[in-house]
Design a protein around this ligand. Structure first.
Ligand code: FAD
Length: 387
């Protein structure tokens, strides 16, 4: 492991690797990324990897939209495949949330995002296998879909390595040295590396990592479950990605015959949690799925997993310098919407580090101090998943 670097990144999830790549792109190639396990072994490897733009704040919606463009052209921009599959995305909310949805779609359209309100009849034309009620508010995103988080993470890592970055696996950062109000070095079991800039991108472990320098990040970890099904392809050869917010779950196809169903966002857990799925919750969710897509009552349950959302009090990330410690940065708290934004998280963090501020997207609403200032992000909706 090198002993000095221009920048050290702690965490080899999609965020750490995207930041590493984007720094290298801007000439900061004397860099070191530390990963306690293997690349993508945290939240990234468990992601449903849905890419959609229906958020209720311009900053997150823009990040998702600009990132989708990167995923669409990943081979030319980064090299390698993002695994993006365009399925279209249908979002369904409760009738009481119609005004919020109308406001939201207008806001997204103003940002140039390809989305529209659709009537139940139009939704039935677009996705005949999906049952919608006549009073359900619906929005459609034709370009959305899902991508492959492992491919994206390792592509960023490979390109960064080719440009000179060093990646060390199975070697956790165990200390961050600070001297005179400046970050100085990161210590691991294998050694010590000095650098004037350190980025904490350690996903669910970020609170513990930042505690080493006496900073208490307002983060908690929430368990999210994913059930996998083989669908009856004779009846449902394909289907769009659906955010069934009205029934609190989402689903998307995977490959030619699988459907992934994501649910649960209320269970705050620690590092040791049940990484499988809860069968009563699976049964309840599959009932909701069969209501939404009736032919899925013939689907075959294959298994599943759980992973962690790392959440802040307003369910939005913190992208900033760490106040009081020069050279220390954090990119944390992505809840259930980090993957889709990772290309622009990398770009904006690289701009912040190399230029002093992010210019591609204004990330000031995601500043560290917003919690102390009581200036939290707000939403057009009651649902945190659409924050
Ligand atoms: C079940 C599930 C479904 C999801 N679905 C979606 C979705 O559909 N769409 C979407 O956009 N997002 C989704 N997300 C969210 C998205 O996956 C995350 O926001 C994103 O992967 C976070 O990436 P990260 O790099 O910040 O964290 P992580 O992937 O957790 O990476 C952090 C890395 O830091 C490493 N690390 C920790 N401590 C140390 C240390 N001391 N030293 C060195 N390394 C360390 C960890 O091993 C880990 O690899 C989902 C998440 C889950 C769990």
């Amino acid at each position: 492991m090198k002993q000095t670097a221009e920048v050290i990144i702690i965490g080899g999830g999609v965020m750490g690797c995207s930041i590493l790549y984007n720094l290298a792109q801007r000439g900061m190639t004397d860099s070191l990324l530390l990963e306690r396990d293997v690349l993508g072994s945290g939240s990234t490897g468990r992601s449903q990897a849905i890419c959609r733009m229906h958020y209720s704040n311009p900053v997150t919606a823009t990040m998702a939209w600009e990132s989708l463009k990167v995923y669409q052209n990943f081979d030319q921009i980064v090299g390698g495949s993002s695994g993006l599959v365009k399925t279209g995305y249908l979002v369904i909310v409760e009738p009481v949330d119609r005004p919020g949805m109308e406001r939201n779609v207008a806001m997204l359209q103003e940002l140039g995002i390809n989305t529209m309100l659709v009537t139940p009849a139009e939704a039935r034309d677009l996705a005949p296998m999906v049952r919608v009620d006549d009073d359900e508010p619906l929005a459609w995103e034709p370009e959305s879909g899902y991508a492959d988080p492992y491919l994206v993470t390792t592509s960023y890592a490979s390109r960064a390595r080719e440009m000179g970055a060093e990646i060390v696996l199975r070697d956790p950062a165990i200390d961050i040295e600070v001297s005179g109000g400046r970050v100085k070095a990161v210590v691991t079991a294998q050694g010590r590396c000095e650098a004037p800039a350190v980025v904490v991108a350690s996903g669910p472990w970020s609170r513990q990592v930042m505690a080493k320098v006496g900073i208490d990040l307002p983060l908690s970890t929430v368990r999210h479950q994913v059930a996998t099904l083989t669908r009856p392809v004779d009846q449902i050869p394909d289907h769009p990605t659906v955010g069934d917010i009205a029934q609190s779950f989402s689903f998307r196809p995977d490959g030619s015959s699988m459907t992934f169903v994501g649910f649960g966002e209320d269970e705050v857990v620690g590092e040791d949690y049940n990484e499988g799925v809860d069968m009563p919750a699976v049964a309840e969710t599959l009932e909701k799925l069969a209501h939404r897509m009736p032919a899925m009552s013939d689907a075959y349950f294959r298994g599943g997993w759980s992973g962690l959302f790392t959440v802040t009090p307003d369910w939005h990330p913190i992208l900033d310098r760490v106040p009081g410690i020069d050279g220390l940065y954090c990119a944390v708290g992505f809840s259930g919407h980090g993957f889709k934004m990772s290309p622009m998280i990398g770009v904006t963090m690289a701009e912040l580090i190399t230029q002093g501020s992010a210019t591609s997207v204004d990330i000031r609403p995601l500043r560290f101090s917003r919690f102390a200032e009581g200036d939290l992000m707000s939403s057009s909706y009651r649902y945190r998943v659409l924050a």
